[in-house]
Write a protein that binds this ligand. Structure first.
Ligand code: COA
Length: 147
């Protein structure tokens, strides 16, 4: 049976979520991200945590790009919950939390980061209104204005 996403809570992330974010990232992408950096990003920039039954099932956080442009540094949904709309819901929540302070979101999607599954997320972002600004053979830079 497919999990019911209406049981999933999407909220702003906080420093207390940082450890579970690092753990989820390591489990899903088989590589470490720095705990201090995650703590700093979720505290200082727009960020989102998705929880279901007390389990962290997704996150998004930003970091610096320009005073009025936030970089979406990381967005991840647990693999057993992908394809159900949670990624779009979290992206929308990230944009909503960015809107008061930033005029645009920029991000890079690259197939060169080590990951168990190599799949471009460009169509996922284009569906949410992002425009591709630049591409190389393996990476794409996308952006969306928020106002
Ligand atoms: C990209 C990602 C956040 C999407 O989350 P999601 O909850 O599956 O997204 P939604 O259900 O809202 O949308 C589904 C769409 O996401 C994209 N998608 C699904 N799985 C994906 C994957 N493993 N990698 C990249 N994109 C994926 C597809 O465009 C899919 O559309 P389709 O079902 O028509 O093929 C999720 O797949 C993920 O965490 N991937 C690994 C990490 C990653 O690539 N993050 C983006 C870094 S820039």
């Amino acid at each position: 049976m497919r999990p019911a996403l209406n049981l999933c809570t999407v909220r702003d992330a906080a420093a207390r979520d940082a450890e579970r974010i690092v753990q989820l990232h390591a489990r899903e992408l088989e590589r470490e991200i720095g705990l201090d950096r995650v703590r700093r990003c979720v505290s200082a920039y727009p960020s989102v945590a998705a929880e279901m039954d007390g389990r962290l099932v997704g996150f998004a956080y930003g970091d610096a790009f320009a005073p009025d442009i936030v970089r979406l540094a990381n967005l991840l949904v647990a693999s057993d919950l992908r394809g159900l709309g949670l990624g779009q819901r979290m992206l929308g929540a990230f944009e909503m939390s960015a809107r008061p302070s930033y005029g645009a979101v920029i991000l890079v999607n690259s197939l060169l980061y080590p990951a168990p599954e190599k799949r471009t997320a460009v169509p996922f972002y284009e569906r949410a209104g992002y425009r591709q600004l630049f591409e190389t053979e393996a990476s794409a830079v996308l952006a969306k204005t928020l106002r």
